[in-house]
Design a protein around this ligand. Structure first.
Ligand code: SF4
Length: 700
């Protein structure tokens, strides 16, 4: 269950924000038992998006923050790479050593030989993004962050022109909520809070679209189960029905969209039979989905990341956004579409990131292709020097990156120096030369923005860190001094950076944010619903996007752009099953973990049934001689993974689901699930196709 926890009001209550890589960015209330200890954590009731509810894993955060396995002092490797043999050293000696190695790499190959590597282990703007200030000041290689949002943001902005949509709280005023490609019962739990409120108070219906019967699908009035990577076909089938049945709003189409007659003709041959053949979803279900959408003006499309993590992901996302443009649902409160509010905040991050020093001629290296980059692939390195030194914060690439065998080979290079600043001895930390102990969010100051809502929230320091843990900001500033990086941001405290950024962004001051705890940045109805036109110069929603020029903050082209279909479609670029690989595997998020975060806690492991498993339809299992609970091997040209089978009739035949991400050492061979996922880039701006893998399976 997700948690509505009761706090002991006799102890001090601290306010915070969940820093983890989850769009809900929940407003938190924390029992502060003393200056080093927290008690229970609950969702803030007076925040109208969080509404008092958070996920179970954060409600029991004391287990994680006070975990005996935390890294508490700087460590230097003394054994072979990956052996886990380290000895302690002082902070000064550790930072001196890292600086010496970075300067040596720079002297030998140029500054681009150093690659600062980070991601969203914390979503705090200061602690996550400050590493860019070091990068810009020193002209180190750039970080093209592709692993999470590029495919979905690009697909959403392809139609609307920007990543923002209807107020997510409007779900509670909807008559139909379509939860597509996300499982909010496992992640971003607040979506369910608002959707079920609409059901309770207004009799709203919930449709869920996903690749297996997960917790959200179980709660839906109409679960629509498709094969991975076929959502574009489903969307076309639905739009076919809408045009066929006179449910298209032609006044809206003519006023607000680019080529409605062309779209109508395009989806005419793409009816429910055609869509059923591709998606595996029965014709009657597609017809019923279309009937609900066509008969409900207040239809809210809550679009997730999952269905975009496919080689055709941006096209799938764009196809789904086209449906409310056909019905004109955008005109109505409780209608339209929402994916993320990334484009509403308009931060001035120049002090945090040192953007005034940015040199656009410096190469950008693709986060998701870390394996190829570290193994010296010329294309991945953009024909530049090898990467010979790294600083890694807030991410665990040896577990979470695709094509894991190649990633491991890259990190095993003897001529590569790696410093990992971490909270736990992760798979990546074990491969490091220097490990630095990192604070958790309640142990430092930071500011957050909601992706799944519209609040800026403060996450102040509530307790002292254990051992010798230091914040990311402290490490970046300490290193900057030693490598000769200069920028005023290195001389500022976290609180000064927050205050400066708020003021420059027109969001008040730190003092105001401390007083109010969060700032509601929701654009007005007209803006959020594109009533005055979509975010393109002509104000038209694009059924036919200019894919190479879709507005996106990191518009670095990659992948097979030329083959993107002009109009919404089933883009057949996915890894289709074949004779040798009869299954398609998706690595969907588990309930107890958040990527690889939380996979160190006993309760999260127990919540995920204690060991990694792969769901397989009982008839497929029978055909391959696999019994429930047996060890099996799944594989493809990228590698093999030993895992236990779980027979489950809530997956389509020919589909496997491995909820993730378990630690690599939880698998009998030490090979994690990303051994079989691919790192080839998604067009047009990159991404990792975690749910788009053809594999074989056999008993172990
Ligand atoms: S639902 Fe997401 S944002 Fe909210 S507490 Fe859980 S992990 Fe954090």
């Amino acid at each position: 269950m997700n948690e509505a926890v009761r706090l002991n009001r006799n102890v001090q209550i601290g306010y915070s924000a969940c820093p983890h890589d989850c769009p809900s960015t929940c407003a938190l209330e924390v029992e502060v038992l003393d200056d080093r200890t927290i008690g229970r954590v609950r969702g803030a009731e007076d925040n109208d998006y969080t509404a008092g509810v958070i996920c179970a894993k954060v409600a029991r955060y004391a287990e994680r923050i006070h975990h005996p396995g935390r890294v508490l002092q700087p460590l230097r490797r003394v054994g072979p790479k990956g052996s886990g043999s380290f000895e302690p050293l002082s902070w000064d000696d550790a930072l001196d050593l890292v600086a010496e190695k970075f300067l040596a790499a720079e002297w030998r190959h140029g500054a681009e030989a150093v690659w600062p590597y980070f991601y969203a282990g914390t979503m705090g703007l200061v602690q996550r993004d400050g590493i860019n200030r070091l990068r810009h000041a020193k002209k180190y290689s750039g970080f093209h962050s592709t692993i999470c949002v590029n495919a979905s943001y690009t697909g959403f902005a392809a139609g609307t022109g920007r990543v923002a949509g209807s107020d997510p709280r409007e779900m509670a005023k909807s008559d139909l909520i379509v939860i597509w490609g996300t499982n909010p019962v496992n992640t971003q739990v607040n979506v369910m809070t608002h959707a079920t409120r609409a059901r309770k108070e207004r009799g709203a219906k919930i449709v869920a679209v996903d690749v297996y019967i997960n917790g959200t699908m179980e709660q839906a009035d109409l679960p629509v189960m498709v094969k991975p990577g076929t959502d574009g076909a489903l969307a076309c089938g639905v739009m076919h029905c809408l045009f066929r049945d006179g449910k298209a709003d032609w006044d809206y189409l003519n006023k607000y969209t680019d080529c409605p007659r062309e779209l109508e003709a395009h989806v005419r041959p793409r009816g429910p039979d055609w869509a059923s053949e591709i998606t595996g979803c029965p014709v009657e279900t597609i017809e019923e989905f279309a009937r609900l959408v066509g008969s409900t003006k207040r239809a809210f499309f809550r679009l997730g990341y999952g269905f975009a993590r496919s080689r055709n992901g941006p096209v799938n996302m764009h196809a789904a956004t086209c449906i409310p443009a056909v019905t004109g649902a955008w005109l109505h409160e409780g209608g339209g579409a929402f994916h993320n509010n990334a484009d509403i905040y308009r931060w001035d991050k120049s002090m945090i990131e040192g953007l005034d020093l940015r040199d656009k001629s410096i190469r950008m290296l693709d986060q998701s292709r870390a394996g190829a980059i570290l193994c010296g692939d010329r294309d991945a390195l953009k024909d530049g020097p090898p990467v010979t030194a790294m600083l890694i914060q807030n991410t665990n690439p040896v577990s979470v990156c695709p094509d894991q065998e190649v990633v491991k080979r890259g990190f095993a290079r003897e001529d590569l120096f790696v410093c990992v600043h971490e909270q736990f001895m992760t798979e990546t930390a074990k491969m490091a030369d220097v490990v630095l102990p990192a604070t958790m969010f309640m142990e430092h100051d930071d500011v957050y923005q909601g992706g799944g809502h519209q609040y800026i929230l403060l996450g102040p320091k509530l307790i002292e860190p254990p051992g010798e843990c230091r914040s990311n900001h402290a490490v970046i500033c300490g290193l900057a001094r030693r490598v000769g990086a200069e920028h005023p941001g290195f001389a500022m405290t976290e609180r000064e950076l927050i205050d400066w950024s708020l003021q420059k962004s027109g969001r008040g001051t730190l003092e105001r944010l401390e007083r109010e705890k969060w700032l509601d940045c929701q654009p007005d109805f007209e803006t959020a619903h594109y009533i005055n036109g979509f975010a393109y110069p002509d104000g038209k929603f694009r059924f036919k996007p200019d894919w190479p020029n879709v507005p996106f903050r990191m518009a670095y082209h990659t992948g097979p752009i030329a083959s993107i279909p002009a109009l919404p479609d089933h883009w057949t670029i996915i890894e289709e099953a074949d004779t040798e690989h009869p299954f398609r595997l998706a690595t969907s998020p588990s309930r107890g973990f958040l990527n690889s975060t939380f996979n160190e806690t006993i309760s999260s492991r127990a919540q995920n049934r204690g060991r990694p498993d792969v769901m397989i339809h009982p008839e497929d299992a029978g055909a391959f001689g696999i019994i429930d609970g047996a060890e099996v091997v799944i594989g493809n040209r990228r590698g093999q993974v030993r895992i236990h089978a779980r027979l489950f009739d809530g997956v389509r035949r020919g589909v496997l689901i491995a909820e993730s991400i378990w630690p690599n050492d939880a698998y009998p061979d030490g090979k994690g699930i990303n051994t079989v996922t691919g790192a080839d880039a998604i067009a047009p701006y990159g991404g990792a196709a975690f749910h788009d893998n053809k594999v074989w399976i056999r008993p172990a």
